[in-house]
Design a protein around this ligand. Structure first.
Ligand code: E4P
Length: 228
C-alpha cells in the first residue's frame, strides 16, 4: 500500500522523504492555509521534494473554474494531481480534465455510490473520508470495503485513497481491505514507526554494551595496494 502524508508542511514532509517511506502528499485548502505562506512558492517546493503524486485542490465551485484552475495546477509539475470536490460540477471537471490527460482525485467522498460515480467520471483517485464518518457515528471503513469490492467487480482502475485517517489502526484496516493508498497526518506516520518494545530493546542493548566496557575497533586508514 502506498503511504501519503496529509500535510502542506515542508518540515513534516522532509524526514519521511529521507526515510524512503513516502509515496506522495495530499493537501487541502485548510492545510495550505495553516502554513501561512505564498501558495505558489509553497506548492512549488512540495512538488520538488516529494517523489510521487502531490494532490492540490481547486477552490472554484463551478466546472469551468475548476478546469481552469486544474490546468494551471497541473502545469506546475508532472506529479501534480488535481483534487475536485464530489459535486455534479466537480464530476464534470474531472471528466474534462481526464480527457486532457490530467490526473484527478475526487475528494469529500462519504459513500460507495459517490465513489462509483467518481470512477465513472474518470478520476484517477477517490478519497473517502473515514475519520469524519467515524466522528459522525458511521463506520468509515465500511465505505472502503464496499468501494474496493465495487471497483474490483467492474475492473475500475481508480485508486482508493483512504483519507481522514486518525490513527495507525486505520492504516492496518485500510491495508487489509486492499486499499491502494492511505493518506495520514505526520503524527500518525510517526506513531507507525514506534513500538515501546523497540525502544526498551534498544536501550537494553546499549546499556549491556556500555556496562561491559566494549569499544568499537579503531578505524584504520585504507591501504592502497599497488599492482606490479
Ligand atoms: C484528504 O485528502 C484530506 O485532506 C484529509 O484526509 C482530511 O482529513 P481530516 O478529516 O483530518 O481533515
Amino acid at each position: 500500500m502506498k503511504i501519503f502524508l496529509d500535510t502542506a508542511s515542508i518540515a513534516s514532509i522532509k524526514p519521511f522523504v529521507d526515510m524512503g517511506v513516502l509515496d506522495g502528499v495530499t493537501t487541502n485548502p485548510t492545510l495550505i492555509a495553516k502554513e501561512n505562506r505564498d501558495f505558489l512558492e509553497l506548492v512549488t517546493e512540495i512538488i520538488k521534494i516529494v517523489p510521487g503524486p502531490v494532490n492540490l485542490e481547486v477552490v472554484s465551485q463551478l466546472a469551468d473554474g475548476m478546469v481552469r484552475e486544474g490546468r494551471d495546477l497541473a502545469a506546475l509539475g508532472a506529479n501534480v494531481v488535481v483534487k475536485c470536490p464530489m459535486t455534479g460540477e466537480g464530476l464534470v471537471a474531472v471528466r474534462r480534465l481526464a480527457k486532457e490527460g490530467i490526473r484527478t482525485n475526487v475528494t469529500l467522498v462519504f459513500s460507495p455510490n459517490q465513489a462509483l460515480l467518481a470512477a465513472k467520471a474518470g478520476a484517477s483517485y477517490v478519497s473517502p473520508f473515514i475519520g469524519r464518518l467515524d466522528d459522525a457515528g458511521h463506520e468509515g471503513m465500511k465505505v472502503i470495503e464496499d468501494t474496493v469490492q465495487i471497483y474490483k467487480n467492474y475492473g475500475l482502475e481508480t485508486e482508493v485513497l483512504v483519507a481522514s485517517i486518525r490513527h495507525p489502526v486505520h492504516v492496518v484496516q485500510a491495508a487489509k481491505l486492499g486499499a491502494h493508498i492511505a493518506t495520514m497526518p505526520p503524527d500518525v506516520l510517526d506513531k507507525m514507526i514506534k513500538h515501546p518494545l523497540t525502544d526498551i530493546g534498544l536501550k537494553r542493548f546499549i546499556d549491556d554494551w556500555t556496562r561491559a566496557g566494549l569499544k568499537l575497533p579503531e578505524r584504520r586508514p585504507l591501504v592502497v595496494k599497488t599492482q606490479h
